[in-house]
Design a binder for this molecule. Structure first.
Ligand code: LIP
Length: 281
């Protein structure tokens, strides 16, 4: 049976690669840095330019499709996932890294139909690594198959997480409680690439056993979630329930044993959902 969405995935790979060229070029130029939800939630004109490049390119080929883009949502567009074919785009995942030339920056493109991710593309621009996954057909990096780690002992594991951009004292306290709990298991190490998408690709690649974070957005994790599951990994909420990509909470792990062990260490909290109605001004 013809794979309905293969042409869309091929387009996603091509436009992600083009977007990566724009990102690499911009790194050699001055970056105009702006802020969004807080003084440390950064955005640049390159984020906005790359998102428009991707959306315009997709609209030319797939004019009836819908979009959830990080910078479109920041500009006031609704963040609602429907059954319609929907492109879930983070034009620069790792914007803070991009601003500081810290070498982990990704273009992340997820594609959802009937609220289920059908393919995911994460292009790590500075490593020139194209991570891809098509539902039911495996996960790959530059065409080479990916397989998660087989480790089941968390004390023999590396765990990835991020501090995020929320500096609310209560949230920061819980983030550090979770970090101290996980570190003290003990684990071999804690790492963070500074981008959820690349952290998830590291899980899919077997480099780290799991990644968890509270505060991410659907555009950070949509593509990576399928890359992890197609590499043999699992996704769940930080409380052990089924993952909800709009909830801003995620554990992506090599297996349930590791994921559920992390659940026990998390001091959880619930940021406003991505699809929550906007606060009345
Ligand atoms: C980033 C995420 C990361 C999170 C950062 C930021 P962005 O996405 O990938 O996991 O810790 O706060 O949200 O904003 O660079 O696209």
């Amino acid at each position: 049976m013809a794979d309905t969405w293969q042409s869309a995935m091929d387009h996603a790979v091509a436009v992600a690669r083009r977007a990566g060229e724009v990102v690499r070029w911009a790194l050699s130029d001055d970056r105009k840095v702006m802020t969004k939800s807080s003084a440390v939630d950064l955005v640049t004109q390159t984020d906005q330019k790359v998102e428009q490049l991707i959306i315009q390119s997709v609209k030319e080929k797939f004019p009836t499709h819908s979009f959830i883009g990080e910078e479109s949502v920041a500009a006031g567009e609704a963040c609602v996932l429907t059954e319609r074919p929907t492109w879930i785009i983070d034009p620069i995942d790792g914007t803070t890294n991009f601003v500081h030339s810290f070498p982990f920056v990704a273009v992340s493109i997820g594609f959802s139909v009937n609220k289920q991710v059908e393919f995911g593309v994460v292009y790590s621009c500075l490593e020139d690594k194209m991570f891809t996954a098509r539902r039911g057909k495996g996960a790959f990096c530059n065409g080479e198959p990916l397989q998660v780690s087989e480790q089941t002992d968390i004390q023999q594991s590396i765990i990835a997480t991020e501090f995020g951009s929320n500096r609310d004292p209560e949230a920061v306290e819980k983030i550090f409680i979770s970090l101290r709990n996980v570190l003290s298991l003990p684990v071999h190490g804690v790492r963070g690439a500074g981008t959820a998408a690349i952290n998830m690709c590291l899980v899919a690649s077997g480099c780290v056993e799991a990644y968890y974070e509270i505060g991410i957005h659907v555009w950070d994790v949509a593509a990576g979630s399928l890359i992890v599951s197609e590499a043999g990994g699992v996704l769940m909420d930080v409380d052990g329930s089924e993952v909800d990509l709009m909830s801003r909470r995620v554990i992506a792990a090599n297996n349930k044993t590791i994921a559920q062990r992390i659940v026990k260490e998390i001091a959880s909290f619930s940021p406003p959902r991505d699809d929550a109605p906007p606060l009345k001004q």
